[in-house]
Write a protein that binds this ligand. Structure first.
Ligand code: FCB
Length: 488
């Protein structure tokens, strides 16, 4: 079983242990009970967008198998379950409330209540109704207003039955992957759109907060951000790594906590910044009760004068080149690259992503580096006045093999043990961490990677929908049972 030092807070029943999932990744049943299409249904249908054109039509069929899955969650001995509510099931195309959607979550929540499982519900885990995307999606400020209305429907219906409300899961992914790099739904690759989507997402979060407080005054309300800390490959890349952190982490956290975007990034991307209205930052920085931290890996960066030029930089160079051409500044090819690079350098610090060789990686290619979680938590704690933290996602993709009815996911087991030990250390260094959710309860639809990547502690046979506990899950079970019996 997982083991921590005797004095570890993780051994105490107050520390919340849970497993996490998200609606589109597990529910299936995309065509029933008047659920309307989401941007992921549309994106999956685009050739080349998702591995083998997989989609969420069936997924883990959790919509129908929810009772069995709740029994499974309960059998693990966890305290809590982090689920997400599908907006397309709740608000119909004409804006009216879909009672059948609310009924599904009512059944699910009741089943969890019966097992005494604390519920953390994410209101937006990327499945935007397609009818809203048709009107601009997160590029349209009106979507933030729609999110607040949807939040009102859900939170007035379920109130305090949901102990933790999460407004958004990883706005970084929604905005940057969805609208800046185009690798997630809706598949838009445009820098300006990426930043605009980001701002509207954060606004949506801020607009939802007072509504949540009113409708569920005994619950806790917060947001989940993803962090992939950037490490410099060498001394000449320290500033580059700092800039990358500003762009990918602080760009989301600073406005939430301090009501400001990081200046370095703002100035660097000045020409693609969204219009910020006078009360926006105040709305965005509405006090949160907790911060959800999702952590999987770290990223290595070098300053842009080394190695290959990253795609982001190339895009920027393209734009710069267009601007130069527009101003009739015609250059020959040799000097062009140099001049453009200079031009970019004047605007700030640039960086490239570097893949280290000979480091341990998970099946999805992400480096395993548990110490980065410890450093991240202590750094954030020093930089910000933070509310309590919950690790809302952490886990590993492994190419699991079912052998003789068993799955020995040694790498995942080790991953959990080592990352949880970092959480223990961070708590000892003064970081207020109250809980930890493993991603994921079971294998599921891993977005652009389809069903190829397995993140579950429970194995799913997609043909038969059979669930089998992997070794990593059995270790959780043993640990949590021992904890319940006061044996630790
Ligand atoms: C996170 C997502 C989650 C899952 C994991 C592996 O970015 O929030 O849905 O896909 O990555």
């Amino acid at each position: 079983m997982y083991k921590f030092p005797k004095d570890s807070k993780l051994n105490k029943p107050e520390f919340l242990f849970g497993v996490a999932t998200a609606s589109y990744q597990i529910e299936g049943a995309t065509n029933v009970d008047e659920r309307c299409p989401s941007i992921w249904d549309t994106f999956c249908a685009k050739p080349g967008a998702v591995y083998k054109q997989h989609n969420g039509d069936v997924a883990c069929n959790h919509y129908n198998l929810y009772q069995q899955d709740v029994d499974l969650i309960s059998s693990l001995g966890v305290d809590a379950y982090r689920l997400s509510i599908a907006w397309p099931r709740i608000i119909k195309t004409d804006g009216s409330v879909n009672q059948k959607g609310l009924d599904f979550y009512d059944r699910l929540i009741s089943a969890l209540e019966e097992k005494n499982i604390t519920i953390m519900a994410t209101l937006y885990h990327w499945d935007l109704p397609q009818y809203l995307e048709d009107k601009g999606g997160w590029l349209n400020r009106e979507t933030s207003v729609k999110f607040a209305e949807y939040t009102d429907v859900v939170s007035s219906y379920f109130g305090d039955r949901i102990s933790f409300y999460v407004t958004l899961n990883e706005p970084w992914c929604s905005a940057y992957h969805g609208y800046r790099y185009g690798i997630h739904a809706p598949g838009i690759a445009d820098e300006k759109s990426g930043f605009l989507a980001c701002h509207n997402l954060l606004l949506a979060h801020g607009m939802a907060m007072p509504i949540l407080r009113k409708n569920a005054s005994n619950s806790k309300h917060g947001i989940v951000l993803n962090f992939t800390p950037n490490y410099p490959v060498d001394d000449s890349s320290i500033e580059a790594a700092q800039f990358a952190d500003d762009e990918h982490s602080h760009w989301f956290l600073k406005p939430l906590i301090d009501g400001k975007y990081p200046e370095s990034v703002y100035n660097h991307f000045l020409d693609v910044m969204p219009v910020i209205e006078s009360t926006d930052m105040q709305i965005i920085s509405e006090k949160i009760d907790f911060l959800g931290v999702n952590f999987y890996s770290r990223s290595m960066v070098s300053n842009a004068r080394q190695g290959k030029v990253s795609d982001t930089i190339l895009q920027k160079l393209d734009r710069a080149e267009i601007r130069m051409q527009e101003s009739n500044d015609v250059l020959d090819d040799d000097t062009k690259a140099e001049k453009l690079q200079k031009l970019m350098n004047q605007k700030g610090i640039h960086y490239n992503s570097v893949d280290l060789e000979e480091v341990e990686r998970t099946h999805i290619g992400w480096e395993v580096h548990p110490e980065a979680l410890l450093k991240l938590l202590t750094d954030l704690n020093q930089t910000y006045q933070l509310p309590p933290i919950y690790i809302t996602e952490n886990g590993a993709a492994v190419d699991d093999q079912l052998v003789g009815g068993k799955i020995d996911d040694e790498q995942r087991y080790r991953y959990y043990q080592n990352h949880l030990s970092m959480v223990d250390q961070a708590i000892k260094l003064g970081v207020d961490i109250r809980g930890y959710f493993a991603w994921s309860l079971m294998d599921n639809f891993e977005w652009a990677e389809g069903y190829k990547m397995r993140f579950g502690i429970v194995y799913v046979d997609y043909e038969t929908q059979t669930r089998t506990l992997k070794r990593s899950a059995i270790k959780f079970q043993e640990f949590l049972n021992a904890r319940k019996q006061g044996l630790l």
